[in-house]
Design a protein around this ligand. Structure first.
Ligand code: ADP
Ligand code: MG
Length: 319
């Protein structure tokens, strides 16, 4: 199978919304409708760095797209197109078929279309660029939080980080706990509907990919404010309920890979946000507030400050 057979067999599908999709030198895409702008993001997944060697290819196809869709969700954008740059050590047909299945299942469910890419031999690396539309001036940026805003987070945190620690051999989770945690790590659900619904209610948002505290610090920096979090309000995944508190704190506050949305909103928005939570059947939890100052602080049940170190995962500070 040569490169063109591979592309034709697994990645070329007839263009639907694009004017021209996979197969020519460029894709041809119509600009967004009047009053909307393009939201564009790219993420790279490297074997051994972002996922474990030998991970199930169907899962990987899902996850590679999901982490990018999560960025669109965090801006409040509606997905439209994506491109896929793939470095493969070899052309393994079973692997490619499963990877493409996982990828396209999520693409179809999310209304996003693959319009092009690049394929080369090399260490397994998947780079996806996504594009979406968002009303001009309506995107959920990181710099919009105001002092007095509430801090919210979607879903429940910490399970994905526990699966990472299990797979890295740092601890051994019971079978049922591992199943739940691995599902959260392997098949994150990008919060696209939430992002779109939050556009008229949230003041700032981002997706939690590197850990809640480290990610929220970006909203603090860009909005020039501090965030105060109440640990007792943080929604920890029920799979972690029997674990010691320090482990739960580290996973929920500083563990990565949750792909939930963290956002800020004025207190006047509480009822509207509760209604969105009910409508989407997705927990939305108020965990703290934005204040004058800098940085993120977290207080435990007795009011003591938790020491979180750097609080997030940084690719260049870890060994
Ligand atoms: P070029 O030589 O212009 O870079 P390629 O030979 O790399 O073109 O790719 C041929 C066509 O296949 C292009 O339309 C490109 O966008 C598409 N393509 C290549 N790899 C992928 C992929 N992994 N997924 C989707 N489309 C791809
Ligand atoms: Mg090429």
């Amino acid at each position: 199978m040569n490169e063109f057979d591979l592309i034709g067999r697994y990645f070329a599908r007839p263009a639907r919304r694009a004017l021209l999709g996979v197969g020519d030198d460029c894709a041809l895409l119509a600009p967004p409708p009047a009053g909307e702008v393009l939201a564009v993001s790219v993420d790279m997944l490297v074997e051994g760095r972002h996922f474990f060697a030998g991970v199930d290819p169907h899962t990987l196809g899902h996850k590679a797209l999901a982490v990018n869709l999560s960025d669109l969700a965090a801006m409040g954008a509606k997905p439209s197109w994506f491109t896929l740059a793939l470095a493969l050590p070899r052309a393994d047909e079973g692997w490619l078929a499963a990877f493409a299945d996982g990828l396209f299942a999520l693409a179809d469910a999310s209304g996003i279309e693959l319009v092009g890419g690049d394929t080369t031999r090399g260490p397994l690396t998947i780079s996806i660029q996504v594009a979406g539309h968002v009303p001009a001036g309506g995107a959920l940026c990181r710099d919009g939080a105001k002092a007095g805003d509430d801090v919210w987070v979607s879903g429940r945190l910490g399970a994905a980080a526990m699966a990472v620690r299990h797979r890295a051999g740092e601890l051994a989770l019971p079978v049922e706990v591992l199943a739940r945690c691995a599902e959260r790590l392997d098949r994150p659900a990008p919060r696209l509907a939430l992002g779109e619904r939050l556009r008229s209610h949230a003041s700032a948002a981002l997706d939690v990919s590197d850990g809640l505290v480290g990610d929220l610090a970006h909203i603090c920096e860009q909005s020039r404010l501090a965030a105060e979090i109440d640990w007792t309000c943080v929604p920890v995944d029920p799979a972690l309920q029997d674990m010691p508190e320090p482990l739960r704190q580290r996973a929920a506050l500083a563990g990565g890979d949750d792909y939930e949305l963290c956002f800020t909103a004025a207190p006047a928005e509480r009822d509207a946000i509760a209604a969105i939570s009910a409508e989407l059947a997705l927990p939305l939890t108020r965990i703290g507030a934005m204040r004058a100052g800098t940085g993120v602080t977290v207080r435990d049940a007795s009011g003591r400050l938790l020491d979180l170190g750097r609080g997030g995962f940084d690719h260049f500070s870890s060994p």
